[in-house]
Ligand binder design. Structure first.
Ligand SMILES: *Cc1c(COP(=O)(O)O)cnc(C)c1O
Length: 367
């Protein structure tokens, strides 16, 4: 049996008529850039995550950069983020003119360790970017308390956590702004690149929209110099179709995760993802840990189960950050995890047979 890591084509087939009709409608009206489809998706996404404002843009990486630019990051400003994420989170800090300051993850949740956060704050610190990694929210209560105490802004990187919640409150609604990616493989994915930022403050929303659209909100207006980072009409129409299924797909992911947990709970040497109390995990990824990770991955791949490592090298140890001179001891949890983590298949369309086969194959390795 072959189990893919995800199956985007199967997802398309399950909503083919709606997607095809949405694409045809955009082509028929030539509403390729901005226009009614983009506006509609922005409104729908804001409503779905309970945000007053949504500014769409070209991709999730830009959403971080645009938010930091609008928050006024200037050279020398320090921004603290997690040692374990996709590089977008940290590279955009540099792109915005700031200085990246990494903080270790906690031992259990793969999210920023709030016990180590305060010691990273200096007089130059301006903001914190927590990442709701793999779909599990970071400890937003603690993070917001620390941010308020020190007068820092917070951008939540929600690229992997659409609709995740902390104590019943949606992620993205805690900080000053929230960045989203709609990269095809994300829980809500376009058929190309797409992203958005949500926020509560109208003047921040206007600043972000202006910067993303050549410095103006209307055609011909250029109040500042900006960039070109726009969501296109085709992606917006596709995203509207998919957004209407997101809650259902999220529930399916949670169901698959619960089945994995039941089937793999007592497998020797295997650590399952831990879900912190009060934090609703949306399982963008199902990441297990094993001392012999590479052997487990090879065993699964030999038996037709596709796996991925998200991510093989923690951010501080990448060649891109060699100049910071970090050592393993600086980020013990991120360092410990990078050689043990393995993402196994999880997607809403996964069948009972696929799920059972993956679990059996993992158990077969342990035996
Ligand atoms: C995917 C991702 C991004 C960037 O999104 P793109 O749309 O690929 O630019 C940022 N942060 C995290 C944590 C991500 O997983």
């Amino acid at each position: 049996m072959k189990v893919p890591f995800a199956d985007l084509h199967l997802q398309y087939l399950s909503i083919k008529d709606d997607i095809d009709a949405a694409i045809a409608a955009v082509i028929k009206s030539s509403a390729f850039i901005r226009g009614p489809f983009v506006q509609k998706f922005e409104d729908e996404f804001a409503a779905a995550v309970g945000a007053p404002y949504c500014v769409s843009c070209a991709n999730g990486t830009d959403s971080l950069y645009i938010a930091m630019h609008a928050l006024g990051v200037k050279p020398g400003d320090e921004i603290i983020t997690t040692a374990h994420s996709w590089i977008s989170t940290s590279e955009t800090i540099t792109q915005a003119g700031g200085k990246v300051v990494f903080c270790d993850t906690d031992a259990k949740t793969f999210t920023i360790d709030t016990a180590k956060l305060e010691e990273k704050i200096t007089p130059r610190t301006v903001g914190i970017i927590p990442v709701h990694l793999y779909g599990q929210p970071a400890n937003m209560g603690e993070i917001m308390a620390i941010a308020r105490k020190h007068g820092l802004w917070v951008i939540e990187d929600c690229a992997q956590a659409h609709l995740a919640e902390v104590d019943g409150q949606m992620v993205g609604s805690f900080g000053d702004a929230a960045s989203y990616s709609f990269y095809p493989g994300k829980n809500l994915g376009a058929m190309g690149d797409a992203g958005a930022i949500t926020c509560k403050d109208k003047s921040l929303a206007d600043k972000m929209a202006m910067f993303a659209r050549h410095g103006g909100l209307t055609k011909g207006e250029h109040r500042i110099e900006g960039i070109n980072s726009r969501l296109d009409g085709l992606q917006a129409a596709i995203l509207s179709v998919k957004l209407s299924r997101l809650a259902e797909w999220t529930a399916k992911r949670q169901e698959v995760a619960a089945r994995y947990a039941a089937a793999l709970g007592n497998v020797g040497g295997l650590e399952l993802p831990e879900n912190a109390p009060g934090r609703t995990h949306v399982y963008h990824l199902f990441v297990v840990k094993h001392e012999r990770r590479d052997a487990l991955a090879a065993h699964l791949n030999e038996h037709g189960v596709q796996t991925v490592i998200n991510y093989p090298v923690a951010l501080p140890f990448l060649p891109a950050y060699e100049h910071l001179g970090h050592h393993a001891e600086d980020f013990p949890n991120a360092f410990h995890n990078q050689s043990r983590i393995l993402s196994i298949p999880i997607f809403p369309e996964m069948t009972e047979e696929q799920l059972g086969y993956v679990a059996d194959t993992v158990r077969g390795f342990a035996a």
